[in-house]
Design a protein around this ligand. Structure first.
Ligand SMILES: [Zn+2]
Length: 144
């Protein structure tokens, strides 16, 4: 079984070996230190800085969440067997809020929950490759 990442530009290095999840990479402004994700070429807060690749922390806390009950608009592709509802929300990584899937069971999910970066299967492409996307799961050592 082969896997690949859904969008290699989001990650520190585009290779994925199925082990530890690759780190998410955004960009940081050289002038005001604003961090953005995904990467962009100009700072949203000031006209002075240049944006450089910036690897994000792997741990954070759920900032808000909701249940994605219906299939999102493209480029979303439903998995084999069709769309199943999943949690989605914002994770506060300290320096930036990241929109992500939340691989957290319904009884556990709450604002403030400590979470850690992981990957989850998004869909299987025409070549039979499992396409992985990033998500956050409950921090194993986090307070509950
Ligand atoms: Zn700036």
């Amino acid at each position: 079984m082969t896997t690949r990442l859904i969008d290699e530009s989001l990650f520190e290095n585009g290779e994925y070996d199925g082990g530890d999840p690759p780190r998410l990479t955004g960009a940081r402004c050289s002038a005001c230190a604003t961090v953005v994700f995904p990467r962009q070429n100009s700072c949203p807060r000031c006209p002075d800085g240049t944006m450089a690749a910036h690897v994000l922390p792997v741990s954070g806390r759920v900032w808000s969440w909701t249940l994605q009950t219906f299939p999102p608009k493209p480029p979303y592709r439903p998995p084999a067997g069709g769309h199943r509802p999943y949690h989605v929300g914002y994770v506060d990584l300290g320096e930036v809020l990241v929109e992500a899937r939340l691989a957290v069971p319904r009884p556990e999910i709450r604002i403030g929950l400590p979470v850690r970066l992981t990957t989850v299967p998004a869909y299987r492409d025409e070549e039979g490759t499992d396409v992985m996307t990033f998500a956050f799961r409950p921090e194993p050592d986090g307070e509950r």
